[in-house]
Structures are given as structure tokens and as C-alpha cells.
Design a protein around this ligand. Structure first.
Ligand SMILES: *Cc1c(COP(=O)(O)O)cnc(C)c1O
Ligand SMILES: [Zn+2]
Length: 402
């Protein structure tokens, strides 16, 4: 479908939405959630041409909005921004040397507003909610997404309703309340929160911005892929490790790399990284499906983990995640609770980074993959640290001496 741009589109090259399963097109100029045909996530498609030269791009401000032509917001005044994105990529020289990696990098998403990469997705989702005239949003969350929604809704003058597991560290709930959000606590994991969110919103007056149930959080998260390419001077790493819950980052980064090839900022023959999904042993539905131990995650039962963001037992984007892993030649791997604590200690002491347990899981997974030969010592490896450790203090209190 080659929809011409709406006349109100000064910059965005968005063209239409597409069912991720059967390819059926939907208009991008009305609000859609899941595809009506397959009840699966919709993907935003653009008229992909080089929007600006790389030189012009390099001079733009350091936020994810530097890629605005490749993002879905039509009008500048609808952008709800707190300065998210363009987080640094840091070398990990001490740990590289100690464990025998030639080049180990960490993109530090903990430096985003509200302390996690959820800022990207919710900045975009709330901007689109504003653009479509919504008055409020509701979200089931393991923690970080709720905080980000609360902050961006406050910024947009919108109502926010956040539903999170009762066992979530208190800092997540408190921060939501400071932003004026309404917070509901539920016994169970994020899938139980999703059911509660549905019950709280039977009249549909709030926009449900659950992971992949609307198309725009993914568009925010894909900017991590653009940034990895731009910040590494358009030479992608050999391997990217990502802590997968619902999987928006994993799917988004992979989407971004393909878009960059189409517009020509990456060479068409450029080799793409192997994408590795890292999960917590307490909740590893993707690992189980990837290795054929279950057909899919529809009946997977997960347990809580100190990496709250990884406690997603039945991810809606499972097929898209699996597709990313297989297309990229990557893999899935799990780490234990104890390993995450040890990883936090090593990153803290050796590199001065206080990362979320999700980020620490990546480091421990990289160590295992190097030991088993799935990562070679000479390869360039990037850990996508999704959040800061600060709000998780309750989960790891006093455990700095393992
Ligand atoms: C939400 C979250 C994840 C998982 O992200 P998905 O996009 O759901 O895969 C990982 N780490 C942190 C810190 C999170 O908040
Ligand atoms: Zn379909």
C-alpha cells in the first residue's frame, strides 16, 4: 500500500501499519491496537528513503527524536519528551581484560529519564496518544514501564493508571505516585496485571499501552538500533545481548537495522549482529520454546525474579522474538538469581556501574557464551543494559558481598 502522506505530516515518513503475521495493511492515521485480522502486533511502515544526510543527522540534538523522519509522530507539538535516548555506549575495559573479551561494550539505558529504556517506548506511545486525542492511559507493568508512563502522562497533562505486581520494589510505586498516577497492586505477575487493567477499563476510556498491543512503544525502542549503528560509526557489533521480557527492544532493534539498510545508512551487504535473548531462570518462556521444550509460551508458568522486567511468562511478541533470534543466528539463554547478584557486584566494582539485575544478567550470559564458544574472544560484544539498579535496592539489599 503506498499511502501518500497526510497533509499534516511535516517530517514523519510513516506510511501505514502492517499486521506482523499476515501483512494486511491498516491506516497509520487512525488509532489501531492489535491487528483485527490476526489479533497480533501491528508494525509501522515508512516510505523509506534517506531522510537527511549523515552529516545533518550528526549535528542534531542527542535524543531519540534526532531520527524523527523515521518515527510515527506527525506533529512536533505532540512530541512528549523528557530528553530520552542517545545514551552512551561505554567500554568495559576491566572486565574485558579479566575475562578475555577483545571488546566488550555496554549501552547504558539506565541514563534515560526515569532510569530505564522504557522511557523511549512510553515517550512515543504517550506522544501518539496525545496526537490521537486520548485523555488517559493504562498499563500493566513489572515496574519500569509504569514509572515511565506516569512521568510522560504527567508531562502531557494526561491521566495515568498503573497496574503492577504487589511484590514490585516500593520505589517503583512511589515514583508513580509522585507523578500523580493512580497505582493498583495485584497478586501475581504482569499477565495478572493485564487482566486487572482490562477490568479497570471496561468502558475503554483509557488507552491501553501494554507491550506490543499498540504499535508505537516498539517505534520508540527501535531507536536503540539506530543509535548503536550511528554511535559505532555504522559498523555494527558481532553480538548484541538483550534482556528479554515482552521483547520490544529485541524486535525493535532488529526492525531498525533493516530500516537502516533500506534507507542506505547501512550498506545493503552489511552483516547484522547475532541477537541473544537473555532471561531469568525463574521465568524463561522464550528459552524453553527456542530449545523446543514447549511448543509456545501460551501455558508457561513463571516465578518472580529480582529482575522484575523479565517476569513476563506469556509474551505476546513471542513469534517475533523467535524470528529475530533465528534470522540473526542468535540464541536464548537463562541466568539464575544468584548469578544476577554476582553480575551486579562485578559491574559495580570493576566498572563503576550500578545496573539493574536485567543488565547484570547480560554480563553473566556473555561470560557463559564465551566459555562455551558461542561468543569468540575476538568478537565485539554489546550488552544492552536496560536500566539503572537504583529502584531495585529492595531486591538486592545487603547482597554486595557475594
Ligand atoms: C521491561 C524491562 C525489560 C524487558 O523489556 P521488554 O521490552 O519487555 O523485553 C528488561 N529490562 C528492564 C530493566 C525492563 O524494565
Ligand atoms: Zn493478520
Amino acid at each position: 500500500m503506498n499511502t501518500t502522506h497526510n497533509s499534516t505530516t511535516p517530517e514523519s515518513l510513516i506510511s501505514f501499519l502492517e499486521c506482523s503475521s499476515c501483512g494486511k495493511p491498516y491506516t497509520a492515521f487512525e488509532f489501531h491496537r492489535l491487528s483485527l485480522c490476526c489479533q497480533l502486533p501491528l508494525l509501522a511502515r515508512y516510505d523509506l528513503e534517506e531522510p537527511v544526510s549523515k552529516e545533518v543527522l550528526h549535528r542534531r540534538p542527542g535524543t531519540m527524536w534526532r531520527y524523527r523522519e523515521l518515527l510515527p509522530v506527525l506533529r512536533k507539538e505532540n512530541m512528549v519528551s523528557l530528553g530520552e535516548g542517545f545514551t552512551p555506549i561505554l567500554p568495559l575495559p576491566t572486565l574485558s581484560g579479566k575475562f578475555g573479551f577483545k571488546e566488550l561494550l555496554l549501552k547504558d539505558e539506565g541514563q534515560n529519564p526515569t532510569g530505564s529504556f522504557k522511557a523511549r517506548g512510553l515517550s512515543m506511545a504517550v506522544s501518539k496518544a496525545k496526537e490521537f486525542g486520548a485523555h488517559g492511559c493504562i498499563i500493566p507493568t513489572a515496574g519500569n514501564a509504569g514509572v515511565a508512563l506516569a512521568a510522560y502522562c504527567a508531562r502531557a497533562g494526561m491521566r495515568a493508571v498503573v497496574v503492577m505486581p504487589r511484590h514490585t520494589p516500593k520505589a517503583f510505586r512511589e515514583e508513580c505516585l509522585w507523578y500523580g498516577a493512580e497505582v493498583h497492586l495485584v497478586d501475581g505477575l504482569i499477565n495478572d496485571c493485564a487482566a486487572k487493567a482490562g477490568a479497570l477499563n471496561t468502558d475503554g476510556s483509557l488507552l491501553d499501552v501494554s507491550t506490543l498491543k499498540e504499535p508505537y512503544r516498539l517505534e520508540g525502542k527501535k531507536t536503540m538500533g539506530y543509535e548503536i549503528a550511528e554511535q559505532l560509526d555504522w559498523q555494527l557489533p558481532d553480538v548484541i545481548l538483550y534482556p528479554a521480557g515482552g521483547g520490544t527492544g529485541l524486535i525493535g532493534i532488529w526492525k531498525a537495522f533493516h530500516e537502516l539498510k533500506t534507507i542506505g545508512w547501512l550498506a545493503p551487504e552489511a552483516r547484522l549482529p547475532r541477537m541473544v535473548a537473555v532471561q531469568a531462570e525463574n521465568c524463561m518462556p522464550l528459552v524453553e520454546t527456542f530449545f523446543g521444550r514447549q511448543q509456545n509460551a501460551q501455558h508457561y508458568v513463571g516465578r518472580p525474579t529480582i529482575a522484575n522486567g523479565l517476569a513476563v511468562p506469556r509474551p505476546l511478541g513471542e513469534q517475533l522474538m523467535l524470528k529475530t533470534l533465528s534470522e540473526s543466528g542468535g540464541t536464548a539463554i537463562s541466568v539464575t538469581e544468584e548469578e544476577m547478584v554476582l553480575g551486579m557486584q562485578e559491574l559495580g566494582r570493576s566498572e563503576g556501574l550500578f545496573v539493574a539485575p536485567e543488565g547484570a544478567a547480560l554480563w553473566m550470559a556473555a561470560r557463559k557464551l564465551l566459555a562455551t564458544g558461542s561468543i569468540l574472544p575476538q568478537e565485539q560484544v554489546l550488552l544492552l543494559n536496560t536500566g539503572s539498579g537504583q529502584k531495585y535496592m529492595e531486591n538486592v539489599e545487603g547482597k554486595y558481598n557475594v
